[in-house]
Design a protein around this ligand. Structure first.
Ligand SMILES: [Zn+2]
Ligand SMILES: [Zn+2]
Length: 257
């Protein structure tokens, strides 16, 4: 399967030969969509079928002006600031956050395929969707900073999916953060422990000097409780960054609030 995947990634660039190649690849490799598992009609257009890409819906407005979570619609009328209860309760380090959509369905499968199956060619189309749904976040930012992996995790995975996404967002990338503590995977922890788990996990690098007084776009694949983004934003602001905006491919939506 790995040979087939490498071949897809390389033939993806040979557009003139596409129709013939699609026919050959469909027969020879019988490749299936990385999200839904159906047979791909056009394997040269990437490892996810068109139906899956189209099924990824944006979060339904009204959205919280801060974290980007959907607000119950009656709240948009009663709250002049349009912020969710959590954002009003606590002062956040991330000034505004947005995502392509909810961490569910095809989007969840695509992020999974990128991160855990090494389908790195998915970073480009995912980043294109992030740009499309980022509102004004990208135009407001001076540079992007990818949420780093701990060196041991990076060695194990071979790449940082957040850096792959940041590379296609069109902003200068500044490696201003490093992960100084290997933390337990956030998804294995209850929400209350996640902030504690990542609190001292990040530090700035010398490159952060370039971001003094600037607006930074923090990039990651998934925001679960926002704890990782908050921890990153805290150290960036302590180092003099003026504004931290956050853009992720997907977002886990807490509907209990
Ligand atoms: Zn599919
Ligand atoms: Zn909020």
């Amino acid at each position: 399967m790995k040979v087939g995947r490498v071949l897809f990634d390389s033939v993806g660039r040979v557009s003139a030969l596409r129709p013939g190649l699609d026919a050959v690849l469909t027969v020879v490799f019988a490749s299936s969509c990385a999200a839904c598992g159906d047979l791909l009609d056009e394997p040269t257009k990437g490892p996810v079928c068109r139906r899956c890409w189209r099924s990824i819906l944006p979060l339904t407005p009204p959205l919280c002006d801060g974290c980007g979570d959907p607000l119950p619609s009656w709240r948009s009328i009663s709250l002049p600031l349009g912020q969710c209860p959590r954002c009003r309760r606590t002062r956040r380090q991330v000034d505004r956050a947005r995502a392509i959509g909810e961490y569910d369905g095809a989007l969840r499968e695509i992020v999974h395929a990128l991160k855990y199956e090494g389908r790195r060619s998915l970073a480009r189309p995912l980043a294109a969707l992030m740009r499309e749904r980022a509102g004004t976040l990208i135009s407001e930012a001076d540079a992007s900073v990818a949420v780093p992996l701990h060196p041991s995790r990076l060695r194990e995975r071979g790449f940082n999916q957040a850096a792959d996404l940041a590379r296609h967002l069109g902003l200068p990338i500044v490696p201003a953060l490093r992960r100084v503590r290997a933390t337990a995977t956030q998804t294995s922890l209850p929400a209350a422990q996640r902030h504690r788990n990542v609190r001292h996990a990040f530090a700035t690098t010398r490159r952060v000097c370039a971001l003094h007084g600037r607006a930074v776009l923090l990039v990651d694949d998934v925001s679960t409780t926002g704890a990782t983004l908050e921890a990153c934003a805290r150290v960036l602001k302590e180092a003099g960054v003026r504004t931290v905006l956050a853009l992720t491919a997907a977002r886990v939506v807490d509907r209990r609030q």
